[in-house]
Ligand binder design. Structure first.
Ligand SMILES: [Zn+2]
Length: 80
C-alpha cells in the first residue's frame, strides 16, 4: 500500500487521496489576448516528465485540504 503524507494529518493510505493534476500552472496574465491555440495549450496541455513532478493532491477522505507535493513519476515515490 502506497502512503501519501498529508501536511496536516501525516501519512495515510493513498485511497484517502485524489489526484488534482500538475501544480503551479499559472492562469494566463492577459486572457483576452489569447488565441484559441494558446487557450488549448493552457486548458489541455500539461508536462509529462519522467522523474520528479510537482502535483496537486487533495486529502478527500480526511481533512479535505489541497496541497502541492512532488512525486517521482517512475517510482511513484513522494517527496516533501
Ligand atoms: Zn489531511
Amino acid at each position: 500500500m502506497l502512503l501519501i503524507s498529508c501536511p496536516w494529518c501525516g501519512e495515510r493510505e493513498e485511497t484517502e487521496f485524489h489526484y488534482g493534476g500538475q501544480a503551479f500552472v499559472a492562469y494566463p496574465a492577459d486572457p483576452e489576448s489569447l488565441s484559441d491555440e494558446e487557450w488549448a495549450q493552457y486548458v489541455f496541455f500539461r508536462d509529462n516528465p519522467k522523474g520528479d513532478f510537482a502535483e496537486r493532491w487533495v486529502h478527500s477522505a480526511g481533512c479535505r485540504r489541497w496541497f502541492n507535493t512532488v512525486r517521482n513519476t517512475v517510482t511513484s515515490e513522494f517527496q516533501s
